[in-house]
Design a protein around this ligand. Structure first.
Ligand SMILES: Nc1ncnc2c1ncn2[C@@H]1O[C@H](COP(=O)(O)OP(=O)(O)O)[C@@H](O)[C@H]1O
Ligand SMILES: O=P(O)(O)OC[C@H](O)CO
Length: 498
């Protein structure tokens, strides 16, 4: 049977998607399921790994049923995932010993403080390109091993396995045959040397994590194993591509040349710039990370990670009940005409790049009796654009260049007001591509390259097409005045400690 499709599994922070792509890189079918967010204490975020697995299997079945595509027509599966989220499970039973600790969670803040006080930060930065923060997987694994009775001893004996979500999915889809991860996910763990490209003993010792529980690190585009036939209507399908979701989006946006950058506006906001074969160290609070490893060659990226972006809109919708739908935020923001001096700093879980402050929380400034719901919502949408400018300034300084254009994706960039305001505040054109599911597309491309479904990056780059280009239209003085207000709001937020 002709191989006509690649299946991408995009396991995100709030939902899982299964998407079938055809040879032109267009979407032939899509299914999506949300799953539960667990907040055991303020600042903690956890997921049930079994529920994640169920959501993935359900969306696979749904997309296959809805499209009536024969499993034999699928050339391969590409997996992309929320990064850093850590799972530890029992090798014999497949049962997680604790919930997945999500990337956003701050529950390991004290462990991080201790490691910083012990002087590990410099070594960690040099080897991993990261910094010591609760965001990354390493301290989450340590936390689980410290808290669950007997876990560390069991891990030493090889009875427990660790994985980021890619690893957890592959292990389950292959019936426990493959315990693997890829370069990009490994590069977010705080345990992996991104220059030597290996798990590092000094880092493992620092965290007291036994090597026996770690997955094997593989490239982003190769066959890792085949799925159990029960998941695909009696057929085995090869899993052939893996990348963390932000790196997958960089690939899906065809940012193949050094200096090209994308920003994804999802739960958080993640700007990545391709730096080619150079791992550029940041002097401005950005991360150095592996962009991908394909065909024996590893390339790097600079990254600005913003913890709260689209989720501020979710909070207005579900928490404050100010919005019926997230997309209504566009109309409210437009209606406000100006921000009337209102700024919102959504530091719900502290601030990520370029500030890295775990010890602050969100704030709203400039309220007056005339402040309306419209101003409040506008300030929330604008906060995504201002945070992105903070990151871009750091990135241009680190990379020593001026960005020519920014490729944008993620759920929130459907908002045209945001697209225009972003371009105005950055003074850079913002390009939204035709295929909005760039993350999934990147994973599909990686799987398609491994299986010969697509022949080369040039082949892929030809698919990229723009849906809308936002051009800067704001006068310089207005841009700088607005941004100065934001900087002041951030300073004030950081001065108020929890
Ligand atoms: N039109 C919109 N305007 C502003 N925010 C939006 C809009 N549509 C979706 N969002 C926000 O974008 C996020 C969903 O984007 P998505 O890329 O699916 O996120 P993730 O992959 O992180 O789960 C949600 O936080 C939602 O509040
Ligand atoms: O699930 P997303 O799209 O919010 O992405 C989460 C990031 O990978 C966290 O680093």
């Amino acid at each position: 049977m002709d191989k006509s499709y690649i299946l991408a599994i995009d396991q995100g922070t709030t939902s899982s998607r299964a998407i079938l792509f055809d040879r032109a890189g267009t979407i032939a079918g899509i299914a999506q399921r949300e799953f539960g967010q667990i907040f055991p204490q303020p600042g903690w975020v956890e997921h049930n790994p079994r529920e994640i697995m169920t959501s993935v299997l359900t969306t696979i079945t749904e997309v296959m049923n809805n499209t009536q595509v024969d499993a034999r027509a699928i050339a391969g599966i590409g997996i992309t995932n929320q990064r850093e989220t850590a799972v530890v499970w029992d090798k014999a039973t497949g049962q997680p010993i604790y919930n997945a600790i999500v990337w956003q969670s701050r529950q390991t803040r004290e462990i991080c403080d201790e490691l910083i006080a012990a002087g590990y930060d410099k070594m960690v930065r040099a080897k991993t390109g990261l910094l010591i923060d609760a965001y990354f997987s390493g301290t989450k694994v340590k936390w689980i091993l410290d808290r669950v009775e007997g876990a560390r001893e069991r891990a030493k004996r090889g009875e427990l396995l660790f994985g980021t979500i890619d690893t957890w999915l592959i292990w389950n889809l292959t019936g426990g045959k493959a315990h693997v991860t890829d370069y990009t996910n490994a590069s977010r763990t705080l345990m992996y040397d991104i220059h030597a490209k290996r798990w590092d003993d000094e880092l493992l010792q620092m965290l007291d994590v036994p090597r026996a529980m770690l997955p094997e690190v593989r490239s982003c585009s190769e066959i890792y194993g085949t799925t159990l036939s029960q998941h695909f209507f009696g057929h085995e399908v090869p899993i052939a591509g893996v990348a963390g979701d932000q790196q997958a989006a960089l690939f899906g946006q065809a940012c193949f040349e050094p200096g090209m950058a994308k920003n994804t506006y999802g739960t958080g906001c993640f700007m990545l710039m391709n730096t080619g074969d150079k791992a550029v160290a940041s002097n401005n609070g950005l991360l150095t990370t592996i962009a991908w490893g394909v065909d024996g060659k590893v390339e790097y990226a600079l990254e600005g990670a913003i913890f709260v972006a689209g989720s501020v809109i979710q909070w207005l919708r579900d928490g404050l009940r100010m919005l019926g739908r997230a997309s209504d935020s566009e109309e409210y923001a437009e209606r406000a005409k100006t921000n009337e001096g209102v700024y919102m700093v959504p530091a719900f879980v502290g601030l990520g790049a370029p500030y890295w402050r775990s010890d602050v929380r969100g704030a709203v400034f400039g309220l007056s009796r005339g402040t309306s719901k419209e101003h409040f919502i506008r300030a929330a949408v604008e906060s995504m654009a201002y945070q992105t400018r903070d990151v871009l300034a750091a990135m241009e300084s680190d990379a020593g260049l001026k960005l020519k254009e920014l490729r944008a994706d993620g759920g929130a960039i459907a908002n045209d007001f945001l697209g225009q305001f972003q371009s105005d505040i950055l003074n850079v054109p913002v390009l939204r591509p035709k295929v909005a599911e760039t993350t999934a597309l990147g994973a599909a491309y990686l799987a398609g390259l491994a299986t010969g479904f697509w022949s080369s990056r040039e082949d892929i780059a030809r698919h990229w097409a723009v849906d809308r280009r936002f051009e800067p239209a704001m006068p310089e003085a207005q841009r700088e005045e607005l941004y100065a207000g934001w900087k002041q709001a951030v300073e004030a937020t950081m001065a108020f400690k929890i």
